[in-house]
Design a protein around this ligand. Structure first.
Ligand code: SF4
Length: 361
């Protein structure tokens, strides 16, 4: 494997930009689906280096950005139950629900603990049998296998005081929905980490059904520019296909073991996405045979109405229809230190990344 420095080489970056400029069409819209790509693109300042006709749109691939506010509201209701401890990754505790966020609930005394790995939550369940440890599972095919691995441990150990409240989603139905709903996308910079699990075959229908160009990309500046060059070549030749740029990580067949584990513990369900509405078979729920480890079943959780914050246009940003700068609240009322919408919470969120690396900042 090449050193990562080779993927940040300034001369190579310059060469790729020149080559893209040489063949770029007057206008083409490319969506980076993954929040990690959004962050990397903004950090490297790529939008200002590319020819003006190449428009990069941020998609719905930041786990925090697509997590609904009613999920937060349900977690806030859950934490009021006796003996319940909520464990979660850090960014989620600042996502606003309609009645505040988890960080505020924690400040008022609720037992909400930030973990870096689900194994920490499992360990808490082992050491504190008097508590009910609930893990909030969010994210896509990148994080769902780890949640499935945690469930596997809990089931094998018969760890009955551990459960998962799942908001996990799968990415491909959302990419389909964007095109079906008319988002102005000519090509996808396909998510690198998701594809390491799914493989490349899952994108095969996008060129044939929608004419969408697809390149699975790595996360360094050279990776992303090479992916853009590959996409532009596909677009100008009118030959959309699926290609892998991130060959050092992604295999066409993906990670079979991780997928098996996901399939063992999760099944698909219709799920709600910010800006896209309910998408069939796009969410992951715990299979009925593992209901004892499903927090929704265990605590009889009820769905609540999903309310979006007034004035927030996150949904349109995630569809590629608007940019963060189009939002009247951007960088004044809504800032990373006090986010109004989910896209400003995580550093992988489109609004947060634009805020950090904006030219007038
Ligand atoms: S700037 Fe804030 S309020 Fe506006 S779309 Fe982004 S997250 Fe929502």
């Amino acid at each position: 494997m090449k050193s990562l420095e080779a993927f940040r080489d300034k001369e190579l970056v310059q060469l790729l930009i020149e080559e893209i400029g040489r063949i770029a069409p007057p206008s083409v819209n490319l969506m980076e689906v993954c929040g990690g790509h959004t962050m990397a693109i903004q950090k490297a300042g790529l939008p200002s280096l590319l020819p003006p006709g190449i428009r990069l749109l941020s998609g719905p691939g930041c786990p925090v950005c697509v997590t609904s506010y009613d999920f937060i509201d349900q977690a806030l209701a859950l934490i009021r139950k006796e003996k319940v401890t909520i464990t979660t990754y850090g960014d989620l505790i600042r996502v606003p629900g309609s009645g505040g966020n988890l960080a505020e609930a924690r400040a008022l005394g609720a037992d909400i603990r930030v973990v870096y790995s689900l194994l920490e939550a499992i360990e808490m369940a082992r050491k504190e049998p008097q508590k009910e440890i609930v893990f909030l599972g969010i994210g896509f095919e990148t994080t769902a296998p780890a949640t499935a691995a945690g469930l596997d441990l809990a089931v094998k150990e018969k760890l009955r005081n551990f459960s998962v409240f799942s908001a996990h989603k799968v990415m491909i139905p959302a990419m389909d929905a964007l095109l079906e709903q008319g988002s102005p996308i000519h090509g996808y910079i396909c998510p690198g980490h998701v594809s390491a699990i799914t493989g490349s075959e899952v994108y095969r229908h996008l060129p044939s059904r929608f004419g969408a160009c697809c390149v699975i990309s790595g996360f360094e500046a050279v990776d992303i520019l090479e992916s853009i060059l590959m996409l532009v070549k596909q677009y100008v030749s009118h030959e959309p296909v699926v290609e892998i740029q991130y060959r050092r990580v992604v295999r066409p067949e993906g990670n079979l073991k991780a997928r098996e584990l996901m399939d063992k513990y999760f099944e698909l369900k219709d799920d709600w996405w910010r800006g896209l509405g309910v998408i069939p078979y796009s969410g992951l729920k715990i299979r009925p045979e593992y209901a004892a480890w499903n927090a929704e079943e265990k605590f009889g959780m009820q769905a609540v109405e999903n309310k979006e914050p007034p004035g927030c246009i996150c949904g349109l940003v995630l569809k590629g229809v608007k940019t963060p700068a189009d939002c009247p609240l951007f960088a004044n009322i809504c800032q990373p230190s006090d986010p109004v919408g989910a896209c400003m919470v995580s550093s992988e969120g489109a609004c947060h990344a634009h805020y950090l690396y904006r030219e007038d900042g």
